[in-house]
Design a protein around this ligand. Structure first.
Ligand code: DGL
Length: 270
């Protein structure tokens, strides 16, 4: 049995870390499409083609259930995949919904009509493709009314993190938070809508101020996956081996991953 975790690069490791802590007996196969990262500057067609190719590779590794631990793929490709591409015995889940359920104080699968919620002014930080898709606003509108969302496309942050240039990443995060605050001076909550950004969570929090509640996905996705597997245990696929696959240079990616997760991670070629 194994569950697949996909991201364009290293960001999905923030989700992997949390799901492994929550579900220690489940093997996970991680796939990072480092050769094609970042996805955030690509077209929806391009993101769809790359994501479906990666998901097929995870199916080959014995994963019937794949989590797109990538907001950009979840925003730009998941709906199209669910409409016409995913076979009946497989599942692909995104990372948006658990986050929006937490923000709108809903239990899993509560599909009651949209209602007023506590947060009124929400700052969304995400990649250019995620912001362009408006997927976050669409999912939010199904669940909440009267929430004002200001989105900031955080160009350059994923590239800087993938290059290991955390000084540049920090400077970019600060300037994106400044830009957001010019549009929305006092958000109640901020969404880190890219799985790379939890690696910079302290910087986001410091730049936003202590009174802004910062939502990030890792723990929310882990709780929601545990819940899902309790209801659908058959979706843990046939694979028995955990592993890390990359389309990039395995040595380089292993070094970066080891640094981020502070434990030895060894990637092999996808
Ligand atoms: N971690 C991906 C996300 O959550 C980054 C996308 C990219 O490669 O630009 O959106």
């Amino acid at each position: 049995m194994a569950v697949g975790i996909f991201d364009s690069g290293l960001g999905g490791l923030t989700v992997l870390d949390a799901v492994q802590a929550q579900l220690p007996d489940v093997p996970f196969v991680y796939f990072g499409d480092h050769a094609h990262a970042p996805y955030g500057v690509r077209t929806p067609d391009d993101i769809y083609n790359l994501t479906t190719e990666a998901v097929e590779r995870l199916w080959d590794a014995g994963c019937d259930l794949v989590i797109l631990a990538c907001n950009t793929a979840s925003a730009a490709a998941l709906r199209r995949m669910q409409e016409s591409w995913i076979p009946e015995n497989k599942r692909v889940l995104g990372v948006f919904v658990p986050l929006i359920e937490a923000l709108t104080e809903r239990q899993w699968g509560d599909n009651s009509p949209p209602r007023e919620v506590n947060v009124k002014h929400v700052a969304l930080f995400a990649t250019p493709a995620t912001v362009r898709s408006r997927a976050f606003q669409r999912e939010l509108a199904f669940r909440a009314i009267g929430v004002d969302v200001e989105a900031q496309a955080c160009g350059g942050v994923v590239d800087a993190i993938e290059d290991g240039d955390m000084i540049l990443a920090e400077a970019l995060v600060r300037s994106h938070v400044d830009a957001l605050k010019r549009k929305m001076p006092q958000p109640d909550a901020a969404i880190l809508g890219c799985t790379h950004y939890p690696l910079m969570q302290d910087i986001f929090q410091a730049a936003l101020g202590a009174d802004v509640k910062v939502f990030s996905q890792a723990d929310l996705v882990a709780a929601s996956l545990e819940d899902y597997l309790t209801r659908r245990p058959e979706m843990i696929g046939a694979g028995t081996q955990s592993g890390f696959l990359t389309t990039g240079d395995p040595d380089r990616v292993s070094d970066m991953a080891t640094q981020f997760l502070r434990r030895k991670i060894t990637f092999s070629a996808a």
